[in-house]
Design a protein around this ligand. Structure first.
Ligand code: ZN
Length: 112
């Protein structure tokens, strides 16, 4: 059983009902869910299928809206970057980002 990397308390169990919503289209995919914090980790192959399907529906890639939960670690809130965004924007742990508050939105911009 794999431990959850987000809360480090729960175990990751296989689920088949992770819901991804893209522009009003609902996709149900397989993946792992934490028994403690309920964070969901769709399998990358499943995410790719959704991206494919979304492209065919003409609802990808812009605007990209995936729903995520924040998690708490060491007293701070953490935001996990979806893997597909990480790949698209070529991000890694050395990437410097600028965080801007725009109204009630948070804009995260990787620096060149
Ligand atoms: Zn967890």
């Amino acid at each position: 059983m794999r431990k959850c990397l987000v809360c480090e308390k729960g175990n990751l169990v296989k689920v088949e009902d992770i819901i991804l919503e893209i522009e009003g289209y609902i996709f149900v995919v397989d993946g792992l869910r934490c028994t403690h914090c309920k964070e969901e980790f769709p399998y990358p192959s499943e995410t790719d299928k959704v991206i494919d399907a979304a492209r065919k529906l003409g609802v990808w890639p812009e605007p990209l809206k995936l729903y995520r939960h924040l998690s708490r670690s060491g007293g701070g809130l953490m935001f996990r970057v979806p893997v597909d965004l990480e790949k698209q924007l070529k991000l890694d742990e050395k990437t410097e980002i600028a965080i801007t508050k725009v109204g009630n939105k948070i804009v995260i911009e990787p620096k060149e």
